[in-house]
Design a protein around this ligand. Sequence first.
Ligand code: MG
Length: 265
Amino acid sequence: MNKKTFISQATLMIALSSAICVNVNAQQKEYPKPEPMKPGMSEYWTPQPKIVTPGVTTVNAAITAPSDAIVLFDGKDLSSWESVKGGPAQWTVHDGVFTVDKKTGDIQTKQKFENFQIHLEWCVPENITGTSQGRGNSGIFLQGKYEIQILDCYNNETYVNGQTGSVYKQTPPLANAMRKPGEWNVYDIIYSAPVFKEDGTYRVPPRVTVIQNGIILQNNTTILGTTEYIGFPKVEKHGAGPIILQSHGDPSEPISFRNIWIREL
Ligand code: MG
């Protein structure tokens, strides 16, 4: 080995050993981790949707189900429903309506659905108390995954992507169409189920239209994924799913439902 070759090899060895050192250092280097998600990180409060006073019902009669609808509650019993925890739905049926029993948890339809139109009516008790999300909170989960919020938003502000008629923590409603506590609110919801790719992502995302008391709140809105309390929407591959009604843990007086029917599309 001549002197020149020896120097070149020595230089190469030094370069290699320093490269290895750099690599080891890179493996050991600590980078900052993302901050843990907190509920407030996915909530925003402005602009608040405009308040639109719904038209009044001039004849005190609920509209009954159309001829091709599956009746999910007609005032008699909860035989079309079950507890999400298993066993019969144990919310309280009385006077042609049923009322959330917060001790027994969420209920869901026994039948599963894909694309549908659903009608349901809900009422916040006249003596409701609490503020923001802690006032008459419930919700309807489409295919068991995607919550359309139910909340008493009559003179009760909250983060706008958590208002009545929001796709929860995603899309605020186009208006605040609340009737006052003690009066019945009417939801008509039209839902298109997602289509999935092989890899579990959406080929066609779910879409929803929500009308409350004749006023449109969601206009064929794209649903981004599951409606998480903490964190971002998740895309989870699924098939047909139930309608879930939420038993929320807030301490306010429980709300009631009546006249629920669904038409498969
Ligand atoms: Mg809710």
